[in-house]
Design a protein around this ligand. Structure first.
Ligand SMILES: NC(=O)c1ccc[n+]([C@@H]2O[C@H](COP(=O)([O-])OP(=O)(O)OC[C@H]3O[C@@H](n4cnc5c(N)ncnc54)[C@H](O)[C@@H]3O)[C@@H](O)[C@H]2O)c1
Length: 326
């Protein structure tokens, strides 16, 4: 495959950073567009364009004619963040995505937009296929603003694709984890706490389940969505189908780091009434396998081992504050 010119919005972030590394390894010419520079060390050959996706002029400097693909990952991410910044969640997802799509349409560029398993809300009929229903709670619960605004970005992407002929695809991630993730998510926070000698925290007895997806596998699906002819105009669930309880995942981190102390917290106590946790969240990932040839080979043990090994070598990450919420 010949090298491409690509732009990664949100390329300073967790998934974006791994995506950038993969694209560079493939020989692509990579531009990162992000409001902040990357937190850790950066490859020398990345072009960094600072800017906000809410600013179309800044975006136009990154998404120039001749760009082959824009991977649009910039967003407000994490339960702590979307409870604290509900207006930013809505503006950045909706207006920011619209600006990215306009810039891509003007430059004749293909788009892959990141979405989330949260769009399915609390639909109890798991596993979820791409076209399954969205089942949401009340608008008085802030947690649904993320799901709703990401769903609106999906509508935008599909409208640009169907009405304006933009070659665009959507990847819906399911609980992605791995090295460099902000220590505010279940695996990253647990590894961060364990290696800083702090007890691990289990919410609501740890009986909820999640399908933890290793970042390298999520990146493979994202790259395929940006090159595969059959991806255009399609939505893909990019997530492992292996279900684990939250308690088992935290137990695995405890086992692999030798931590013995685990404390229990009720989600409502920590996050307040606006938060409503989901008991199960499982994708059906057959569409990405069949259409794109994607697979998700990294098991939880292997992925957590790599995350721990990386964290041990990266003191700057261990020194980040633990902003953990969920
Ligand atoms: N990590 C997951 O488990 C997960 C799950 C579902 C969906 N996603 C989606 O994947 C994408 C990447 O998530 P992540 O985990 O890497 O998050 P992240 O917070 O690590 O990265 C997001 C990046 O977007 C940037 N950003 C935020 N607002 C911006 C703005 N207005 N303009 C420019 N840049 C801005 C941030 O600076 C950050 O670098 C997001 O779209 C997220 O919604 C992630």
């Amino acid at each position: 495959m010949s090298a491409s010119r690509v732009v990664v919005t949100g390329g300073s972030g967790f998934v974006g950073g791994h995506l950038v590394d993969r694209l560079l390894a493939r020989g692509d010419e990579v531009t990162v567009f992000d409001a902040v520079p990357p937190a850790g060390p950066v490859a020398a050959d990345v072009r960094f364009v600072p800017g906000d996706v809410l600013d179309p002029d800044a975006l136009a400097k990154a998404v120039e004619p001749g760009t082959d693909v824009v991977y649009h990952l910039a967003a407000v991410v994490g339960v702590d963040e979307y409870l604290a910044r509900p207006l930013d969640v809505i503006d950045i997802n909706f207006t920011g995505t619209r600006n990215v799509l306009e810039a891509a349409a003007a430059a004749g560029t293909r788009v892959v937009a990141a979405s989330t398993s949260e769009v399915f809300g609390k639909n109890p009929a798991v596993p979820w296929r791409e076209d399954d229903d969205r089942v949401l709670g009340s608008t008085s619960a802030d947690r649904w603003s993320y799901s709703t605004s990401k769903a609106l970005t999906e509508h935008l992407v599909l409208a640009f694709s169907r009405r304006h002929g933009l070659a665009a695809s959507i990847v819906r991630y399911f609980n992605v984890y791995g090295p460099r993730q902000r220590p505010a998510f279940l695996i990253s926070r647990s590894v961060h706490r364990a290696l800083n000698g702090r007890p691990l925290v289990v919410y609501d007895e740890g009986r909820q389940t999640r399908c933890f997806t290793y970042v390298g596998d999520a990146v493979s699906g994202t790259v395929l969505a940006g090159v595969h002819p059959r991806a255009v105009g399609e939505v893909f669930n990019i997530g492992s189908m292996v279900e684990n309880t939250v308690g088992a995942a935290i137990g695995l981190v405890a086992e692999l780091t030798g931590v013995e102390e685990i404390v229990h917290v009720a989600t409502g106590e920590k996050l307040g009434k606006g938060y409503e946790d989901l008991s199960r969240r499982i994708p059906h990932n057959g569409k990405a396998s069949e259409l794109l040839g994607w697979s998700c080979p990294t098991g939880l043990r292997e992925g957590v081992e790599s995350t721990i090994a990386w964290a041990r070598d990266n003191r700057w990450w261990l020194d980040l504050p633990d902003s953990g919420a969920a």
